[in-house]
Design a protein around this ligand. Structure first.
Ligand code: GDP
Length: 199
């Protein structure tokens, strides 16, 4: 995918403040430190679109931006960081849930998991929730460069099973460091954005 433009639109918490949903939207979700910012920056080939390495758990807004004036991306706040105050942590569920339920132009949720870690309760809960509400989603295993190719393939199978994902819908292996998986992820995004009608 050739990137011509990446435009930050706004940050929002409430549906009322979301930007107009006139482009197909892809949302990115995962626990803090999973490599979400690095993946987004790699996908759009810009360094600072999603800010990497900030104190985990401090971003509690949904960040919207457009890519090539053709896709809308939404960067959901990372979850599961132990030091986040309880009040903020409690905020995450309702905020993200109303986004996922109400966003009519949402075509795909990219659910990020660290290839070396076991999914957390939050990861499993989110994946089940997406399934239950029929929100199209695809798992992506980040930091794939940290394992050998064969180890990566083995993890892909194990994590698919742990997450309860049907065979044939394998999580994608991705590395922001090497760019591995970038093209396949873009193909997946394009497919979902072109095929599924706006809800
Ligand atoms: P976020 O909190 O989910 O947005 O995670 P970040 O993108 O800020 O990444 C968290 C840490 O993981 C940083 O130290 C990154 O350098 C590192 N990281 C992210 N992606 C990769 C990757 O593909 N490979 C490796 N080796 N490290 C990564």
């Amino acid at each position: 995918m050739k990137i011509h433009s990446v435009k930050f639109i706004k940050s929002a918490r409430e549906p009322l403040h979301y930007p107009p949903g006139d482009l197909p939207e892809v949302a990115f979700a995962g626990r803090s430190n999973v490599g979400k910012s690095s993946l987004i920056n790699n996908l759009v080939q810009r360094k600072g679109v999603a800010r990497t390495g900030r104190t985990p758990g401090t971003t509690q807004l949904i960040n919207f931006f457009t890519v090539n004036d053709r896709y809308s991306f939404s960067d959901l706040p990372g979850y599961g960081f132990a030091k986040v105050p309880e009040a903020i942590r409690k905020d995450w569920g309702p905020m993200v849930e109303s986004y996922l339920r109400e966003r009519k132009n949402l075509k795909l949720v990219i659910l990020l998991l660290d290839i070396r870690r076991e999914p957390s309760e939050d990861d499993l809960r989110l994946r089940q929730w997406l399934d239950q509400y029929h929100v199209p989603h695809h798992a992506v295993l980040t930091k794939a460069d940290k394992l050998s190719h064969s180890q990566g393939i083995a993890r892909q199978g194990n994590l698919r099973q742990t997450l309860g994902i049907p065979a044939g819908n394998e999580p994608l292996l991705f590395s922001a460091k090497t760019g591995a998986g970038r093209q396949m992820l873009w193909q997946q995004i394009e497919r979902c954005c072109l095929e599924t009608p706006i809800r």
